[in-house]
Design a protein around this ligand. Structure first.
Ligand code: ADP
Ligand code: MG
Length: 238
């Protein structure tokens, strides 16, 4: 079964058409990268998948279930934001538990989940610190940890590395790929960075002005771009 099917998805903000009929079918366990220039609609698409925005038209199905009208907390999804969105007054442990606390998960089970994920991401020594006492890379790991404790079927990342310096960005790419190999969840990862897309994705959707220009594996995109935009954006000679 498809992990996610997006059909004829449209989004208008007032008179502006931001998404103009997106169709994507994603298989279980894939690492999909949405790439495209700033303003092309990547975050809007991700927010609709997460249920944080409503589409104007079309459907999103996750695991065969239509998501129209399903609240974000009832979707089997976790999202990592560019800004990390950690709570500054809470410790790392509290940041990671907060979502479970809100959903009424028993304390013992919360503790187990935090321990398991902290070990996986090697952030156990940081559990009692607050976000202000962490480096950029550590904050990034905690933001991923907070998403991972949900054990979601689908992971959404919105430009998670763009606040990190170049060296750390390369390291974290590798870590996220490793993580994907270990947990096997389906990932939809947004970036405006072509190299990040080429190195991480099983398949890449190249977006431009609210439309998917091409959806293919990195090799095909590079060697057989569907049009001039894809060729230029992905860096292959036209
Ligand atoms: P990306 O993530 O690819 O940079 P976005 O999805 O954030 O692009 O934005 C796509 C377009 O939609 C942009 O032109 C942006 O200005 C517009 N947009 C996004 N959110 C809103 C909103 N809440 N109201 C009006 N316009 C919006
Ligand atoms: Mg964005």
């Amino acid at each position: 079964m498809a992990a996610m099917t997006i059909s004829d998805l449209h989004k208008r903000f007032g008179p502006v058409n931001v998404l103009k009929g997106i169709n994507l079918e994603i298989a279980d366990g894939e690492f999909i990268v949405l790439v495209g220039p700033s303003g092309c609609g990547k975050s809007t698409l991700l927010n609709i998948i997460a249920g944080l925005e409503h589409q104007s038209d079309g459907t999103v199905e996750i695991g065969g279930r239509r998501m129209n009208g399903v609240a974000p907390k009832d979707r089997d999804i976790a999202m990592v934001f560019q800004s990390y969105a950690l709570y500054p007054t809470m410790t790392v442990r509290e940041n990671m538990s907060f979502g479970m606390e809100c959903r009424g998960v028993a304390r013992a089970q919360q503790g187990e989940a935090v321990t398991r994920v902290a070990r996986l991401l090697q952030i156990e020594p940081l559990l009692d610190r607050k976000p202000g006492q962490l480096s950029g890379g550590q904050r990034q790991r905690v933001a991923m940890g907070r998403a991972l404790v949900r054990d979601p079927v689908l992971f959404l990342f919105d430009e998670p590395l763009s606040n990190l310096d170049a060296k750390l960005r390369v390291e974290m790419r590798w870590e996220i790929k490793q993580l994907h190999a270990r947990i096997g969840s389906t990932i939809v990862y947004v970036t405006h960075d072509q190299i990040e897309a080429m190195t991480m994705a099983t398949r890449i959707a190249v977006m431009h002005q609210g439309e998917v220009q091409q959806f293919a594996d990195p090799d095909t995109l590079y060697n057989r771009p569907a049009n001039l935009f894809v060729a230029r954006f992905m860096g292959a000679p036209p």
